[in-house]
Design a protein around this ligand. Sequence first.
Ligand SMILES: Nc1ncnc2c1ncn2[C@@H]1O[C@H](COP(=O)(O)OP(=O)(O)OP(=O)(O)O)[C@@H](O)[C@H]1O
Length: 470
Amino acid sequence: MDHTLIWNNCLQTIRQNVDPQSFQTWFAPIRPVALESNELTIQVPHRLFYEWLEEHYIDVLKTSLNQALGTSGRLQYRINPNRQEKAASPSTKNGKSNGSIPGHQPAPGNPFVIPGVKRPRIPSNLDTRYTFDNFIEGDCNSLARNAAKAVADNPGNTAFNPLVIHGNVGLGKTHLLQAVGNYISNKFPEKAVLYVSTDTFTNQLVSSIGSNTTNDLVNWYQNVDVLLVDDIQQLVKRKKTQDVFFNLFNVLRQNNKAVVMTCDRPIIELDIEERLRSRFQWGLSADLSMPALETRMAILNSKALSTEVDIPAEVAEFICFHIQHNIRQLEGVLNNLVLHKGVRGDDSIDLKLAKEVLKNFVSEINKEVTPDVIQRTVADYYDLEVEKLASSTRRRHVVLARQISMFLVKEYTDQSLKAIGRMFGGRDHSTVLYSIKTVRDLMETNDEIKKALGELERKIRIGQGDGELQ
Ligand SMILES: Nc1ncnc2c1ncn2[C@@H]1O[C@H](COP(=O)(O)OP(=O)(O)OP(=O)(O)O)[C@@H](O)[C@H]1O
């Protein structure tokens, strides 16, 4: 029997077992090429295609083969050599021509091209404003920043792949992701870099399913050397996107293509298929946490410099004291300051203006010194999470920060010893008393502590916009 006849018999069985769209997408492009000793060889357009078949249609393929060739029938895949060559050819990489060549399959369509608009290159979708040079480094981000730079220096050849950068809203994930792309685009112009949000990828997938071009979509993505995917938390609840992304990710990784992704939570907390999660965990996961006061001030100053505005140090400190959780908000304050300054027709940015602007960003600018303000100031000063102050940790620098906080709360507020104990993790009043005495003694004997307390008291007053600033 001839291979075409056998494959047509297989197709009949398959047609009865899969929906018409899947049949069209995954079986119509297959070509039978040989039949030898009960082994049928079929040609598939590309490697991902074959992996997809193995993953999703192995049972139906087996059944159809059993029916056509008996239980001893075997299946062999061959990847279309024309298609492979074409995918790797520089002309496709640069996206020069998507037109069909006689005897060849047409190159996969560029999913970023809006119909009717000619886009000759793979568009990297990069925003050139985001670079490593203008990313301010601090303890909060140094692992992520250094890992991103390592990928940028040596794309696809780092010890870890993928790199996942995770962190809360507005802490610089997209900035770093884009910085990787911009750096590589400059240093290795021959590399095809692509930045895509998970939402865009999903939309492309949905529209490709509608037009039966999913193969083209995944094939096109395989031409990318560096794939930068933003906001992978958007994969949650999108089963089909997870499936396609899983296969694409495998192919890219097998081919030493660099993959960098961002996520708003650690991968372990991402509710996605286990196989995908474990793939993501192969690489390095680096988090971005909230920058300490000094780093926030450095970021604000750097943004102010690039906007050519001058913010006095005390005003910057006042702003950064209040904007703690989101650098995007810090930029928002800066933009508003510039705007108000223009409207006022005055050149200076002072504390009064900063207070006015800040009212739109924080619910309350503290009028009085509260225990909360003190705790935040001390935690910031010692570069600790504020929760640590109420924890049971006995680490020396945490204990010192806790004792100083208790001392300051007693000095600046009318809270009782019992109430202070409660706010520091349910400690009893004698512990509070002991802490206060310890700090008093240290102030007498230890210059460093004395200096730290002076600085902390200054910060607490600045936090209120009080003290020597007015
Ligand atoms: N360390 C930093 N140095 C300089 N700019 C920073 C830094 N961190 C954040 N930014 C700036 O803060 C803004 C918000 O950053 P970005 O958009 O990268 O946040 P994100 O973590 O991706 O937020 P989202 O979760 O909302 O997508 C950007 O304009 C970015 O330039």
